[in-house]
Design a protein around this ligand. Structure first.
Ligand SMILES: [Mn+2]
Length: 420
């Protein structure tokens, strides 16, 4: 006997996506629609796969609804599965527990099985020799031993545990219903259908302990493909667990080393190239990108001085690829080039003086210089080093003064070199 099921979690229906609104109203609308479209994609995927059932392991809603349209949208989607005879197993997570309105609606489609919040319960699917165990969050905070109330495995059946948990709490989400992999192993289930952690992760394969992640990234902290897991079962054994991509808008964060770019033209080329790769990866979805520029570059000062224009240039390059490709933000993490510290008599076209002047206002440069001052101290003969340290320590802002003095000295030497 062969069948499949779909495991999803953390739909957070109608929760607002991070604001792009002020920069681009069209973008904001398309991103806002993505959350609901991803839910529709989940239902379509379940139907197209002829999945035996669908599991949603909590945080279906983000909190209380502003009105009933949020609930009615979800009910409408579930009804599509009901008409196709596909059961849905749902539990409430910490976010749902705060949604009073979702509890006030009575007329859910008949295929919806909601795990009780009063006690752990099991739903049998005898024709599939499969049983699902689960418990809803009665309120936002649950006792730490929450999972201990789950029932014993049913021997000879495929046992699935549905649980909303932070697991061991190392994945950067609030620690709800904490437990360890070993806690889960002891139950002897075949598959733990978890929810709560938004990043997809197959935590273990024996038994399967799986976070499908959220179905739609909601901010630049939730980058990359998002969706659900498709689980294949053959003769009572799980034979594959594969992610299915469902997100309808994509967030990305890219770091680009521009140390090799001698000028803005080269910079444009490097950025355009990277934008094309990121855009291809997003598969035609609306895309929001945070771009971080790094590297030691002669453009450092100019970029810092004109950050707004450079961001606009990036947006202009993105617009060449698609009208729904937005630069969420441009972050500069570049450094002045090492050549600033090169011998002064090196003949090159670089405006060292200009760079130094720009760099003198740059905290990163000041830090580098302070580091060098420290290094010099370390290399001096012991008695001189002691005196050097006393000079530094004797001033309230010793290092800063030395830094300024070194800069002044360098500039002075440069000027002298030019006029002589
Ligand atoms: Mn949660």
């Amino acid at each position: 006997m062969r069948f499949s099921f779909i495991h999803a979690a953390d739909l957070h229906i109608d929760s607002p996506l991070a604001a792009l609104g002020r920069k681009n109203a069209d973008a904001a609308v398309r991103f806002a629609d993505a959350g609901r479209k991803a839910v529709t994609a989940l239902i379509d995927e379940t139907l197209a796969n002829k999945a035996a059932f669908l599991i949603i392991a909590g945080d279906i809603f983000d909190g209380d609804w502003t009105d009933y349209t949020t609930g009615l949208f979800f009910i409408g989607e579930l009804a599509k599965l009901d008409r196709a005879g596909v059961p849905v197993f749902i539990l409430r997570g910490n976010h749902d527990a705060e949604s009073k309105m979702s509890r006030s609606l009575r007329n859910w489609p008949a295929n919806v099985h909601l795990f009780s919040a009063r006690k752990a319960e099991s739903f049998d699917l005898p024709e599939l020799q499969t049983v699902l165990h689960g418990k809803s969050f009665p309120e936002r905070n649950v006792p730490d031993d929450f999972v201990q109330a789950y029932p014993k495995a049913k021997p000879g059946w495929l046992n699935i545990g549905v649980l909303h948990t932070a697991l061991d709490g190392v994945r950067g989400h609030a620690s709800y219903a904490p437990c360890t992999e070993d806690d889960l192993r002891r139950f002897g289930y075949d598959y733990w259908a978890l929810g709560h952690i938004h990043k997809p992760e197959v935590v273990a394969r024996d038994p399967w302990i799986v976070f499908p992640g959220n179905i739609q990234g909601r901010s630049v902290r939730e980058t990359g493909a998002r969706g659900a897991m498709r689980v294949e079962v053959e003769d009572g054994q799980i034979v594959s667990v594969e992610p299915v991509t469902l997100d309808q808008a994509r967030w990305a964060m890219e770091t680009l080393d521009i140390g090799v770019c001698p000028d803005e033209e080269a910079l444009d080329t490097a950025i355009a190239e990277r934008l094309r790769v990121v855009h291809d990866d997003a598969g035609g979805r609306p895309l929001a990108l945070r771009l971080v520029l790094t590297g030691a570059t002669p453009l450092h000062g100019a970029l810092a001085a004109e950050q707004e224009r450079i961001a606009a240039e990036c947006q202009a390059l993105a617009a060449r690829l698609a009208d729904d490709f937005w630069i969420e933000s441009l972050r500069l993490a570049t450094q002045p080039p090492a050549r600033v510290f090169a011998p002064l008599n090196e003949s090159d076209a670089l405006d060292v003086e200009g760079l130094l002047r720009q760099a003198s206002e740059d905290p990163a440069f000041a830090e580098t210089l302070a580091g060098l001052v420290g290094e010099i101290g370390g290399k001096l003969p012991r008695d001189l080093a002691e005196e050097f340290a006393l000079v530094l320590a004797g001033e309230p802002d010793g290092e800063k003064i030395v830094t300024h003095e070194s800069q002044a000295l360098l500039l002075g030497l440069l000027q002298k070199g030019r006029t002589s």
